[in-house]
Design a protein. Structure first.
Length: 466
């Protein structure tokens, strides 16, 4: 398998620092992992266990900064993956984070923008901006202005050092604002919203913005992420930026042109994160990474003119890795994969366990899959388990029968009825044996036993008479 990143999370955040790409997101369980991937070496550098989901990531020279669903902002060492500082930043989720020199700015579901020192972790500024959740935050290239926006659709900018005109509110989006970034060179601010539009705001004078993407040139649905593409030519710096959307597409725009943007296709559902990894190369300036609900990470190289090439790389997520492992020759590896999948709560894990139950060539692996599905309460596997009552190997069908009875304890006759329809006598006999103790409590049990008196197999008829 080429390029396995191995993340199990639906991706909500990407960040690049030198050769390392951090990938974070949301899981079926409360906790999550950040995968730190070595872009140059094309291998996982390390994983970092997190107490909560990761909703945003930022990168500093020596660390990654994570905004987490439990309201904390956590600073992670690039060197060893340890969490060097844990800041209780927000009441409710910390939804966005950005870093500039020693400044960390975070936005939260509490509607507050907070600024901390990266080195000390001490709070420097606090701005209650909205009664509704904030979803995006940005710091100007000079570090003198902070922007935040969210569910009320108003983009707000604050300048801590100013005594006059120290704040600015810019309504315009029809719906929530989900992403922000300052332009690298000309002092403007770009926002993307659920209304599918991108607005390029002027930060002086009347509240005005250039609007992109309101027609068919934009995203079909909300804009979820923005990032500027670097340039070799000084005149081109800040000219190109990319947007991602819930339509699963990436648009590459030019600031100075209003023509239809270049579209990069991923072929998946919603994207939620973008990050650009610069590269010293005679052929490309770097790679734009994108990911979202599909868990798949995509890489799009950009040429020396900062334009996308025709190439695209897909990076395998964790369930891709598990799916491949279920196809290897070694039974022990497949068994280990079944056990690993059983610990995961995502529906994709259950689907792969059912695949092992129904298609693995080894009856022991099929039996293990049945046992693990029952042990972890995967009731959605009951249909497949009923089908395995006709498995060609006794070990697998016995395990399927036991698993089905475990999952249907609340309706004990249901698995026994299914077992009486098995084409294998041993399963029908086992069902009759299990029916006997139920005769005292269920009037239907006697009838089911009696129906087996006409069974084609003598041993089953004898079991019904016993």
């Amino acid at each position: 398998m080429a390029h396995p990143v191995g993340n199990l999370e639906k991706v909500r955040a990407l960040a690049v620092s030198a050769r390392l790409l951090a990938v974070g997101g949301v899981r079926a369980r409360t906790s999550s992992q950040i995968v730190i991937y070595d872009v140059s070496g094309e291998k996982v550098d390390r994983t970092v266990d997190m107490k909560s989901h990761v909703l945003a990531l930022a990168a500093a020279d020596d660390s990654f900064i994570a905004a987490c669903a439990d309201g904390h902002v956590r600073i992670i060492s690039k060197g060893d993956g340890s969490i060097t500082r844990d800041i209780a930043a927000h009441t409710g989720a910390a939804t966005a984070v950005v870093v500039h020199d020693d400044l960390i700015a975070s936005a939260g579901a509490d509607g507050v923008l907070r600024v901390y020192s990266l080195e000390s972790g001490k709070r420097k500024h606090e701005y209650p901006l909205s009664p509704r959740p904030l979803r995006a935050v940005a710091i100007s290239p000079e570090g003198d202005a902070f922007a935040a926006a969210g569910d009320d659709g108003v983009v707000r900018v604050v300048w801590p050092a100013r005594t006059e005109d120290a704040s600015r509110a810019m309504p315009g989006h029809d719906g929530a604002v989900s992403c922000l970034t300052f332009t690298p060179v000309d002092g403007r601010l770009i926002s993307g919203g659920e209304d599918g539009s991108i607005r390029i705001w002027y930060l002086a004078g009347d509240v005005e913005a250039d609007v992109r993407g309101k027609d068919d040139s934009g995203h079909a649905g909300g804009v979820t992420a923005l990032v500027f593409i670097p340039a070799k030519d000084d005149a081109e710096i800040g000219q190109r930026f990319a947007s991602a959307g819930v339509d699963g597409k990436i648009r590459v725009w030019r600031m100075s042109e209003r023509r239809k943007p270049r579209t990069l296709e991923t072929g998946v559902d919603a994207l939620y994160a973008l990050a650009f990894a610069p590269k010293k190369s005679p052929l490309v300036i770097g790679t734009l990474f994108a990911a979202g609900d599909s868990r798949t990470l995509f890489g799009f190289p950009f040429d020396l003119q900062s334009a996308p090439t025709d190439e695209k790389t897909k990076y395998a997520h964790g369930f891709d890795v598990h799916a491949e492992a279920l196809g290897v020759t070694a039974n022990a590896r497949r068994e280990a994969t079944v056990k690993a999948l059983a610990e995961l709560e995502e529906p994709e894990a259950t689907a792969l366990l059912i695949r092992a139950l129904t298609t693995d060539r080894d009856p022991g692996v099929r039996a293990l899959a049945a046992t693990e599905l029952a042990a972890h309460g995967r009731r959605e596997a009951r249909k497949a388990l009923r089908e395995r009552l006709d498995d060609d190997h006794v070990t697998a069908r016995d395990a399927a029968f036991a698993a089905l009875r475990s999952l249907e304890k609340d309706t004990p006759l249901a698995p026994l009825r299914a077992a009486l329809d098995s084409k294998f006598p041993n399963i029908r006999e086992a069902a009759l044996g299990a029916l006997v103790p139920l005769v005292a409590s269920s009037p239907l049990a006697t009838g089911l036993i009696a129906s087996a008196l006409d069974d084609d197999t003598a041993s089953v008829r004898r079991a019904a008479l016993a």
